[in-house]
Design a protein around this ligand. Structure first.
Ligand SMILES: [Zn+2]
Length: 429
């Protein structure tokens, strides 16, 4: 680069700066870990941020910036009040009054999907000493832990339906229903990775599952496509080598963009290490991922014909846990008006949640991790149907309910065929 180009560059920059940046909006998201204030900007900005205490507050000075419209702050437990003022001629000062001391950090985000330039201010509660977590997972008869991840959230709405339904809302509703259903199963316990309307980074999602020592990670989503006629559910596991189909690749790119939209600092420093770890320990959990995903897909088939008959593979960041078997379920196409309507109903959400639970249960009944209540107390046997037998008689002879028997075998009717192999559970004291 010669001197002329440098001068040219700085001229361009000062021209942009002269035009001024506008503050266009504000959104605030609060999660159990932190609060994020997202300021929409018309352009990039130079800014300074500092904190003051007594009372605790965060001051943001935005150079050469004006307010396009009044910013509204909805009720928030962390940010009590928003004040604005001017510092000198061209600097807009925003003050966030806080209800308690917080550690503030900030970063700028480039335009992504529906958003333009953004300044994100992240407020973290000061760290209190963490209680040492007991290794509960090593005790006898432990529960199997299912981590349920509701896709998207907060700043990242995910896909949207024609009548305005947002993927982030649907996924959280289904996840909560699934959690409740799983908690009713003896020997199983759910962990909700996202609990409200806020965004969690993709890596953070599987890290959380690992912290909770999950035996399985299930990410819930709703698909979208340009063609509104496309419909049906799909189940995915991670692929390191590339997606099964072009459509799967397209989808993975979209889902992985969440971090750009959701407002997290992208740190890729640990990518090489992550890759090594991934290659070393992932084979075993990949096998478990495939087995459990097959069971879930089979159970979902009870509801309707799926979009793809097989378990698909794609490179979803959220599935990259090296040691927790993971799957991602696209429950339906939110871009299909009929499916959008259905996705909102309690009835369909419950059907989905029950089918996912059935698939997960079948998998763990057949391949329980050692020391778990299921490994110690549930023995499954196989029964080949002989001529003249009825499902009712078989259920009675094994002392299981018809509902359990049908669920465990993905049956919607009482019809059985001679020679058919049924799975039968036996609960030991
Ligand atoms: Zn999604």
């Amino acid at each position: 680069m010669n001197i002329r180009t440098i001068i040219l560059c700085s001229c361009l920059l000062s021209q942009i700066a002269a035009a001024g940046t506008k503050v266009k909006g504000l959104r605030v998201w609060t999660s159990p870990d932190n609060t994020k204030a997202v300021i929409d900007l018309s352009d990039q900005v130079n800014y300074k941020l500092f904190q003051l205490s007594n009372p605790p507050r965060v001051v943001i000075d935005l150079e050469n910036t004006t307010l396009e419209k009044q910013l509204k702050l909805k009720n928030n437990p962390v940010i009590k009040k928003l004040r604005k003022g001017k510092k000198g001629k061209h600097t807009l000062r925003l003050v966030l009054d806080l209800s308690s001391e917080q550690k503030a950090r900030s970063f700028l985000l480039k335009p992504a999907q529906q958003y333009g330039h953004r300044l994100v201010i992240q407020l973290d509660k000061p760290k209190t000493k963490k209680k040492t977590v007991k290794q509960i997972n090593n005790k006898q008869d432990r529960n199997i832990i299912i981590a349920i991840d509701a896709g998207h959230g907060g700043e990242d709405p995910g896909a949207s339906g024609a009548s305005g339904t947002r993927e982030k809302t649907i996924t959280l509703q289904i996840a909560k229903r699934l959690a409740k259903i799983i908690d009713k199963e003896p020997g199983m316990k759910s962990v909700l990775i996202r609990q409200g309307d806020y965004y969690l980074g993709l890596k953070k999602r599987y890290k959380k599952a690992r912290e909770k020592r999950a035996d399985l990670f299930v990410s819930i989503h709703a698909d979208a496509f340009t063609d509104p006629k496309v419909h049906g559910m799909s189940v995915y596991i991670l692929s390191n080598k590339g997606a099964t189909s072009e459509a799967a690749k397209w989808l993975a790119e979209n889902e992985n963009n969440s971090d750009l939209v959701g407002g997290v600092v992208l740190e890729d420093k640990d990518n090489i290490l992550a890759k090594v770890l991934l290659d070393l320990s992932q084979n075993a959990s990949m096998e478990a991922s495939l087995k459990s995903a097959k069971k879930v897909l089979a159970a979902l088939k009870k509801i309707e014909k799926p979009h793809k008959k097989q378990v698909e593979r794609a490179n979803f960041v959220v599935l990259r846990s090296p040691d927790v078997p993971s799957m991602l379920i696209e429950t339906a196409y939110i871009s299909n008006p009929k499916e959008e309507r259905r996705l909102k109903t309690k009835d369909f959400q419950l059907k989905l949640a029950n089918a996912i639970k059935d698939g997960v249960k079948q998998y763990f009944y057949q391949s329980p991790p050692p020391n778990t209540w299921i490994a110690n107390h549930v023995k499954t046997t196989k029964h080949t149907v002989a001529s003249g037998e009825t499902l009712g008689a078989i259920a009675q002879s094994y002392k299981v309910s018809m509902t359990d028997l049908k669920r465990l075998n993905n049956k919607t009717t009482n019809r059985i065929l001679v020679g058919e192999v049924l799975i039968l559970p036996k609960i030991l004291p």
